[in-house]
Each structure stands twice: as structure tokens, then as C-alpha cells.
Ligand binder design. Structure first.
Ligand code: MSP
Length: 523
């Protein structure tokens, strides 16, 4: 048997500062959908995620609660992991930056780069933004504030360690010019080249001595390692990389095939991260996929202003698959998406209940009623509208999924499902059923429909895995992989339907909004 091709994929690791909102959770759902797709294409996938547990913010929050930062971070990490699990995300590795192995490897990397001259100690004067944990020069400030979050900055003078990124900038520039698809969507590659690499990178401050909650430098324990350096290194320590000894996992899975990050943290991933790898003589990831933001009613989510939505709350009121479907459909690679309860109810009723749920129920009911639940594909005619559409949809879907355009792939599936509903209205099987001489015609119509539903459910597997399984079980589908999406009569098929159940019950918007309100008030 041929060895499966490996595929290593990572998410950013969220801060263990507070419970992640649905925007943070979108990233893990997106990654999970890509992972499930790659597995269906027979890749040997390793899916890595985790939490970023160090930093000043966490130290401060812990102090407010009167517990130590380690305990605080553990508490939030558990919440994060529970949400990932609840959303049915099938990660293989969950790394915490407080894991012993990670801490030791970060210290060893620091020492190795210092010995090599890529890290040096110097004194520094600049402006510090506490929420972003970033230093800025005078010229980088915007109206005297942090260029990233626009908040106030504090003048700071301190001694610190620096990463000599300038030394590697030409090499990185060449890499990006030769690999315009390094960043996906590709326009980001030009953006990084023009806005950061061509103007020149400043050496990067990688230590702090104003707080304690971080990985200490062994030779100079007054300093802790800056949270971003510590966090980026997770991608290799998760595979048991260390400077002296590299784990089997690292040898097998590195370089990453895809690293997924939000647009706000692209700068770190497109400049500092590849340079750290160059310093360590490690190959760069093949691609970094940059996603947009999920907004609440078009505004940025923030807990302090009360406009924040959590995936687990929504999953309780709707279902896990409804939330997965909604976020994946709403977010596209080139624009932000938005979430509101009204919109979620409308997408649920239109796409899930009316288009997919209703199609499945109608067809299964008719097969039970007219054929006792059992139907085959003998005597199918050659001309078949649904078959043609199904095969076209499959090709478009595979192409879009390969390009990580999941929202567009979902639109293609929905379009096909709407065509199937139209086909029922046009062929009127309930009229044909009245004529005994048209039994074969009726069988053909219903077979075309049930086979189309099988296509739809298989394509939906990465997006809404539980529901897709349920549909495939209900229609008694034996073949459940992309390879089985062929001409309807390519092989002999007999389908036995289980007693149909309603997969997505239509909801009353007003009642649901009330239920959401009550459920959130209880929290
Ligand atoms: N800890 C850093 C990442 C270190 S990776 C080596 C961090 N954490 S975060 O919790 O702020 O963000 C985690 C991920 O969620 C990031 O990829 C970020 O871009 C993403 N998102 C934050 N808000 C988001 C939305 N509103 N919508 C979609 N993604 C969002 O940054």
C-alpha cells in the first residue's frame, strides 16, 4: 500500500486571558473543516492547536482574581479546550505554552540564537503598548497612540534582548518574491513585501523585565521572554522539536503545510516567524492562510461593551452544526463576516431547514411511501439533469475547497440542493405515483433525488459532520467518500431508507429570540 501524504496544519493559539468568543472559535472550526476535507482526500493529517498562557495581561487578570497566573491560565485553557471539543474539532495536539517541554525548548532556542549572535542585549528607548505588549518607535505611532489598537502608549527606557531580524530580511524578501503563494490570499504577500520588508525591519525586542509571568532567560533570570517569541515557537515544540533532539513527529510533519491565522496577527507570522525558522535552519511553512474577522452586528466583538457572542452558548440554543455552518458560510477570505441572532435564525430556516432538511425528508418519505423504503438504480436513462448538476457541483466544490474558499463551496452545495427541490416540483412524483404504469419513471426520479442527497451529504461532511452522518445513515449510504461521487449508474446501487426523521426542524423566529434572551440572562 502506498504511504499516505502527510499534512500538518496549525491554528494560532489564543490567549488564555479570557473565554474565546465566536470570532476566535471560527478559526478552529475553519481549520477543523479543512482537516476533515484533507482526511477525506486520504492525507495523513496532524492538526495542532493550543493556548498562549504567558504575558502581562494574564498576570494582571490573575492578580485581580487573587490567584497565581499559572492557575488562572489553566482555568481559561480548560474553558478553551472544552469549547473546541464541544464544537467537534478533531485536533491531534493541544499545546500549552506552560508545558515543560515547550518551556525548555524555548530556553534552548534562546541560548542557541544568542550563541550564534542572532540575539543581542542592548538598551532601548521607545513607546510601550500594554494591551498589545508591543514596543513602538516615535515614527510608528499614529497620533501619538499605538498603531495597532490606537490606545495610549507609555514612554519606556529599558535594557532588553533583541532578535537580529534585519540580518535575514533580504533572504525573506527573496523567499516571498519567489513564492507569491506563501501567504493566502496571495495579495497579502505583496502587502508584506511593500509595507514591511522593503522599508526594512527593525530588530525585534524579545524580552521584558517589567513583569514576571513568562519563560525566564536562564542566564539572566531578571528577564522573561516576550510572549510572541514564546508563542510562535509552539508550532515546532508541539512536534517535540528541541535544539539538540528533534522528535519523530517533527521529522515526519514539519514543514507545516498550512498555518491559519487572523489578519490582525499576520505581521508576526509573515516576518518574525519565518525569520526565527531561518535562524534555526528550519524550512519555512508552505503556506500561511489569513482569515478575516467575524463581527457582531458589524462591530468588533468586545466583552467590555457587551457585544460579544460565544460559540458554546449558541450551540446550546441551536446546535453545534448550525453554528459551524453559519460561521463557515458567513466568512469569506476577502471580507469580514458578521453575526446576529436574527441572521442566524434566517440562515437556519432558509438553508438548513428548508433547503437541506426538507429535501431529505420529502424524498425519504416518498421512497418509503411508494417503494417501501427500498430503491435501486437499474434501468436509469442516460440523460439526467441532476446527475449532470451533481457532477459539476462536485468539481466546483473540490476546486473551491482546495483553495480554502469554504463559503463559496457551501454556496455551490446549496445551489444544487435548491435545484433538487425544483426538480421535485417539476417532476411531481406524487402525480406520477397515481399511474401504476409509470412505476419505473417514478423510481428513476426518486433514485436521482436520493443519489443527489448522498452527493450533498458527502460534500457537507467537513462542514457539518454530525448532521451529514445522520443524513447518510438515514439514506442507507454505504459509500461516503469523494471517490464515490460518480455517474449515478456507474455501479449497481440499492438504497434502503431508515424511517425518516426531521433533521432540521423549522424554527419560529420570535420564540427563538426569546429563548436566546432567556438563556443568556441565566448565565
Ligand atoms: N495569542 C495570540 C496568537 C499567538 S499564535 C502563535 C493571539 N491570540 S487571540 O486570542 O487574540 O487570537 C486568536 C486568533 O483569533 C487569532 O488568529 C486572531 O486573529 C483570531 N481572531 C480574533 N478576533 C477575531 C474575530 N473577531 N474574528 C475572527 N478571528 C478573530 O492573537
Amino acid at each position: 500500500m502506498q504511504d499516505k501524504e502527510k499534512y500538518f496544519i496549525t491554528t494560532a493559539i489564543p490567549y488564555a486571558s479570557k473565554k474565546p468568543h465566536i470570532g476566535n472559535t471560527y478559526e478552529i472550526i475553519l481549520t477543523d473543516a479543512i482537516v476533515r476535507f484533507k482526511k477525506m482526500q486520504n492525507f495523513d493529517v496532524c492538526f495542532c492547536t493550543g493556548v498562549d498562557e504567558h504575558g502581562q495581561k494574564i498576570e494582571e487578570l490573575a492578580e485581580k482574581e487573587g490567584i497565581n497566573p499559572k492557575e488562572y491560565a489553566k482555568k481559561v485553557s480548560d474553558i478553551i479546550k472544552n469549547i473546541w471539543d464541544k464544537m467537534n474539532c478533531c485536533y491531534d495536539i493541544f499545546i500549552r505554552t506552560t508545558d515543560d517541554h515547550h518551556v525548555k525548548a524555548v530556553q534552548n532556542i534562546f541560548k542557541k540564537l544568542q550563541d550564534k549572535g542572532d540575539i543581542y542585549k542592548d538598551s532601548y528607548e521607545g513607546w510601550y503598548c500594554t494591551p498589545c505588549e508591543s514596543f513602538w518607535t516615535n515614527s510608528q505611532l499614529v497620533d501619538g497612540n499605538c498603531p495597532e489598537c490606537k490606545r495610549e502608549v507609555k514612554k519606556t527606557k529599558e535594557t532588553a534582548y533583541f532578535l537580529k531580524v534585519g540580518k535575514y530580511q533580504e533572504k525573506l524578501l527573496k523567499h516571498m518574491e519567489d513564492n507569491k503563494d506563501f501567504l493566502i490570499p496571495n495579495f497579502y504577500t505583496d502587502e508584506i513585501i511593500n509595507n514591511f520588508l522593503k522599508p526594512g525591519l527593525l530588530d525585534f525586542c524579545i524580552t521584558r523585565n517589567t513583569f514576571k509571568w513568562g519563560i525566564p532567560i536562564e542566564s539572566d533570570p531578571e528577564f522573561v521572554i516576550y510572549v510572541w517569541l514564546d508563542a510562535l515557537i509552539n508550532y515546532i515544540t508541539a512536534l517535540k522539536y528541541d535544539t539538540e533532539k528533534q522528535g519523530e513527529e517533527f521529522k515526519k510533519f514539519w514543514p507545516a503545510d498550512l498555518q491559519i491565522v487572523g489578519k490582525d496577527i499576520l505581521r508576526f507570522h509573515a516576518t518574525i516567524w519565518p525569520i526565527i525558522l531561518m535562524m534555526l535552519d528550519i524550512p519555512l511553512p508552505k503556506h500561511i492562510l489569513v482569515h478575516q474577522w467575524l463581527l457582531y452586528k458589524d462591530g468588533k466583538m468586545s466583552k467590555s461593551s457587551g457585544n460579544v457572542v460565544y460559540a458554546d452558548d449558541l450551540a446550546d440554543v441551536f446546535s453545534v452544526d448550525t453554528v459551524r455552518f453559519y460561521v463557515l458560510k458567513s466568512m469569506s477570505l476577502d471580507h469580514d463576516g458578521s453575526i446576529s441572532y436574527e441572521n442566524l435564525i434566517s440562515v437556519y430556516n432558509t438553508d438548513l431547514a428548508n433547503t437541506i432538511g426538507n429535501l431529505t425528508k420529502r424524498v425519504c418519505d416518498m421512497i418509503c411511501k411508494y417503494f417501501d423504503g427500498s430503491i435501486d438504480n437499474s434501468n436509469l436513462s442516460n440523460e439526467n439533469k441532476l446527475e449532470k448538476l451533481g457532477l459539476e457541483t462536485k468539481e466546483e466544490y473540490l476546486n473551491l475547497m482546495e483553495k480554502y474558499e469554504l463559503s463559496e463551496a457551501i454556496s455551490k452545495i446549496l445551489k444544487f440542493a435548491r435545484e433538487c427541490n425544483k426538480y421535485i416540483d417539476e417532476t411531481t412524483p406524487w402525480v406520477i405515483a397515481k399511474d401504476e404504469t409509470k412505476k419505473e419513471e417514478l423510481k428513476e426520479i426518486l433514485f436521482n433525488l436520493i443519489e443527489s442527497i448522498r452527493f450533498i451529504a458527502i460534500m457537507l461532511k467537513p462542514i457539518i459532520p454530525q448532521t451529514a452522518e445522520e443524513i447518510l445513515k438515514q439514506i442507507g449510504a454505504k459509500e461516503q467518500n469523494f471517490d464515490s461521487l460518480k455517474k449515478f449508474n456507474e455501479s449497481k446501487k440499492e438504497i434502503k431508507i431508515e424511517k425518516p426523521t426531521v433533521i432540521f426542524e423549522r424554527i419560529d423566529p420570535e420564540k427563538k429570540l426569546k429563548e436566546i434572551e432567556e438563556s443568556l440572562n441565566k448565565k
